[in-house]
Design a protein around this ligand. Structure first.
Ligand SMILES: Nc1nc2c(ncn2[C@@H]2O[C@H](COP(=O)(O)OP(=O)(O)OP(=O)(O)O)[C@@H](O)[C@H]2O)c(=O)[nH]1
Ligand SMILES: [Mg+2]
Length: 314
């Protein structure tokens, strides 16, 4: 595909992980989409079916409209009459919709990069933090983790356990202690003796105490900003792909409270409706930066729009 040249691409390995994790999605609605393009004329029935399938696959109503308008426009410009000839154009428009994300703060050089990770209960925050830490370590970066989900002892233990497995240090306090104090200590540790390049902060995710949770996140952000220039440099929202359109509603709430710079979309391997990626990008205006592709530590990939779209269909 000609377009692929202008997009920043993930590593070959990450591209393959993305394509593999989309197996269920491919077998589901997107498989039907692919057949639609093989058999149909570009008549009214085709457009109706296309719209229905996109909405079914969690692309969402608003994003489906947006995508279809652009696709119709392109088809008209090029003067295409048959569905099979329009297939590549459709894929290009899907890739365009995922857009060329602005450069990630994580990729820019600085003394200490602080990454805050937020999201609802069970979305995959702690697991994703371990995976990201491992990924960064493989790139030669020194990583430190902060266990700022202090509500449950099990949450602290879980992060410690991951830390041991991937050989990354975890800064933790007692269960029930102040998350802000953990973050304060972790930043000092990163800046002083341990000299980490990246500090990743795990947070609690209880939505039923939404007000307190959001207040706590704001406090953590202030502590980061006081100690490190412009920190947190990244605030990742973790969304579970299997929750579909509900993920978007969660995202809106978090976005109102904290400045989200990117999304980690987990459990891509567990959903048949990967279409939610398009809705996140289009309706939230925040780039998907990473995807969780399974339960193993290496099941994590830098998001790649081209690999994602190719993976949906082939
Ligand atoms: N299949 C699959 N499972 C995942 C993925 N990411 C996370 N999980 C699973 O999701 C479950 C919840 O993950 P956690 O990392 O504990 O989620 P959390 O957001 O930290 O949860 P709380 O701390 O309770 O708020 C675990 O069983 C993980 O193994 C993924 O990409 N694919
Ligand atoms: Mg957790």
């Amino acid at each position: 595909m000609v377009l692929s040249r202008i997009f920043k691409r993930a590593s070959q390995e990450d591209q393959q992980k993305i394509e593999r994790s989309l197996e269920r999605t491919r077998r589901g609605v997107f498989g039907q989409l692919a057949s639609l393009f093989q058999s149909s004329e570009l008549d009214e029935e085709f457009w109706d079916d296309l719209e229905a399938l996109l909405i079914q696959s969690d692309v969402g109503v608003a994003t489906t409209e947006h995508l279809l308008n652009r696709f119709r426009q392109r088809v008209k410009e090029v003067g295409i009459k048959r569905a099979d000839e329009a297939y590549e154009i459709f894929k290009e428009e899907m890739i365009n919709l995922l857009g060329d994300a602005p450069p990630a703060a994580l990729d820019q050089p600085r003394l200490l990069t602080v990454v805050l990770v937020v999201g609802v209960n069970g979305s995959g925050k702690t697991t994703s933090i371990a995976k990201l830490a491992y990924h960064l370590k493989q790139q030669g970066k020194k990583v430190l983790l902060a266990a700022a989900d202090t509500y449950r002892a099990a949450a602290i233990d879980q992060l410690r356990e991951w830390g041991k497995r991937i050989n990354v240090e975890v800064i933790a306090h007692q269960p029930g202690s102040d998350p802000g104090a953990v973050v304060y200590d972790a930043i000092r540790a990163a800046q002083e003796s341990r000299k980490a390049d990246v500090l990743i902060i795990d947070t609690a995710g209880r939505l039923h105490t939404k007000y307190n949770l959001m207040k706590e996140l704001t406090k953590i952000r202030h502590i980061c900003a006081r100690q490190v220039h412009k920190a947190p440099h990244e605030t990742y929202l973790v969304l579970d792909a299997t929750t579909g359109q509900n993920a978007l509603i969660q995202a809106q709430k978090f976005k109102e409270a904290v400045d989200i710079t990117g999304v980690i979309l987990t459990k891509l391997d567990g959903t048949a409706k990967g279409g939610v990626v398009f809705a996140i990008q289009n309706e939230l205006g925040v780039p998907v930066r990473w995807v969780g592709t399974g339960e193993q530590i290496t099941d994590f990939a830098e998001f790649d729009p081209v690999a994602f779209v190719e993976g949906l269909f082939e």
